[in-house]
Design a protein around this ligand. Structure first.
Ligand SMILES: Cc1cc2nc3c(=O)[nH]c(=O)nc-3n(C[C@H](O)[C@H](O)[C@H](O)COP(=O)(O)OP(=O)(O)OC[C@H]3O[C@@H](n4cnc5c(N)ncnc54)[C@H](O)[C@@H]3O)c2cc1C
Length: 402
């Protein structure tokens, strides 16, 4: 197996490393700036060098570089290794922006994409409803066109970040007489518009990152539809593809795996695990096997993509999401056992944040709980297994409710 990428890519990696050594962390007076300003400055410089938002045209705030999956992969590795801010990996830049590039009008791209990439326009995703999760196409929130506005009424749930979002991209039933998948449109709505009410949902981590959103005759300009009327399902598949990519992040798995090994070392006393844990070494070795099989599967996908080979589009993404979230559960379960009684302490607000802080015990407790949530968010594991089995392996279709 040859894991070398060749001279062109090694040169790219060297140039990138030199840039990172010079540019991150910021130095002198700039080092004293607040964190968000430091990150913004770095991103502006990295963008100017063509290192960020490479597949987004300059007119819409990206760096418009020729498509190159190997360079993308080097960038992800090196930015993570330097601890430098990369592309903002949250709902707006990672999910909505590429969807708008694919399906939006020129006006929508100019208006929404640049502030979204800069992190100035925050988004939430209004898909799930109390009666529509895995069976999303059953959604009932509706939009009726009256003159030059859609009038939107309904109830969304599990809406991550709705309490801080400026806007929502969501799915609404606009053609009540059409078959269920064909009657849905994809709309962009202002979260400050009259008729929008956000209620937080408290999670077991203690945080409240997601919410219920009630929509009561909210007026949405007619031009805020993405794609054609009744074609929202097709547009939503593009967003979902990017969401599943976001959840199956190989850099996070690497950090998590290294963190569990370090935690096991820290909790060893007299060469033996401090807690009753079957056989920590054995379990770590097993997890390492899973970890590397996931990494090598990623490399196979990268090789195929670099060679321009056609992969069944959604399948690797689903496998990555399923496998990564499963592995996260196994890794964090072991970490949680290693913590012993410390794991019973409620994480502090800082530890309960989404980022893994490998040295903070409470952060492992929070990650243990997030790992369960991650296997549900963006499509539950059972659903991923069904689709992989049916579309990937050609197994008979699961029973569908009438
Ligand atoms: C952390 C987190 C963040 C989220 N953020 C958002 C967000 O920002 N916006 C948004 O719109 N939604 C969001 N969601 C919601 C998420 O998309 C749904 O929770 C998910 O699609 C599952 O739907 P449900 O919760 O209604 O569960 P259900 O669909 O009721 O499923 C319950 C259980 O039944 C199983 N099941 C259901 N159907 C089948 C079947 N056909 N075959 C086998 N098993 C089946 C599922 O696997 C699951 O175990 C978020 C969820 C989480 C956990």
């Amino acid at each position: 197996m040859n894991l070398r990428l060749g001279p062109e890519y090694e040169r790219f990696r060297d140039e990138l490393r030199a840039f990172l050594r010079e540019s991150w962390p910021l130095r002198g007076e700039e080092a004293a700036l607040p964190c968000d300003q430091r990150e913004r400055l770095f991103r502006e410089r990295a963008l100017a060098r063509g290192y960020l938002y490479r597949d987004i045209p300059r007119a819409y705030g990206g760096s418009e570089q020729p498509s190159d999956v190997l360079k993308d992969s080097i960038l992800a590795e090196e930015l993570a290794a330097a601890g430098a801010p990369g592309n903002i990996r949250n709902i707006g830049p990672a999910m909505l922006a590429p969807t708008l590039i694919e399906f939006g009008t020129d006006e929508q791209k100019r208006r929404f994409v640049p502030p979204t990439l800069r992190g100035e326009m925050l988004w939430c995703q209004g898909y799930s409803e109390p009666g529509a999760g895995s069976d999303l196409a059953s959604l009932q929130s509706r939009a009726v066109l009256e003159g030059d506005h859609w009038i939107v009424t309904g109830h969304k749930v599990w809406t991550s970040s709705a309490h801080e979002a400026h806007c929502m991209f969501g799915l609404f039933r606009t053609e009540p007489d059409a078959p269920k998948h064909a009657g849905i449109s994809y709309l962009l709505l202002d979260m400050k518009a009259p008729g929008v009410t956000v209620r937080p949902l408290r999670q077991m981590t203690g945080g409240a990152e997601f919410n219920e959103v009630f929509l009561d005759e909210v007026r949405v300009p007619a031009g805020n539809i993405v794609g054609q009327r009744g074609e929202g399902w097709k547009v939503s598949r593009a967003t979902l593809k990017h969401e599943r990519n976001l959840i199956g992040d190989p850099q996070l798995l690497r950090k998590m795996f290294d963190g569990v090994v370090a935690l096991a070392r820290r909790t060893l006393r007299d060469g033996r695990p401090a807690i009753a844990c079957d056989d920590v070494r054995q379990r770590l070795a097993e997890l390492e096997g899973y970890f590397w099989s996931q990494q090598y599967s990623g490399l196979r996908q990268l090789t195929a993509a670099a060679r321009g080979q056609e992969l069944k589009v959604m399948l690797p993404i689903m496998m990555n999401k399923l496998y990564s979230t499963d592995l996260m559960q196994r890794l964090t379960s072991l970490a949680y056992e290693l913590l012993g009684d410390t794991g019973l302490v409620m994480p502090s607000p800082e530890e309960a944040g989404m980022a893994l802080l490998p040295d903070a015990p409470g952060s492992w407790t929070a990650q243990y709980m997030f790992a369960i949530a991650n296997s549900i968010a963006g499509g539950a594991s059972n659903i991923q297994r069904n689709i992989i089995g049916e579309r990937g392996l050609g197994l008979p279709r699961d029973l569908r409710p009438r």
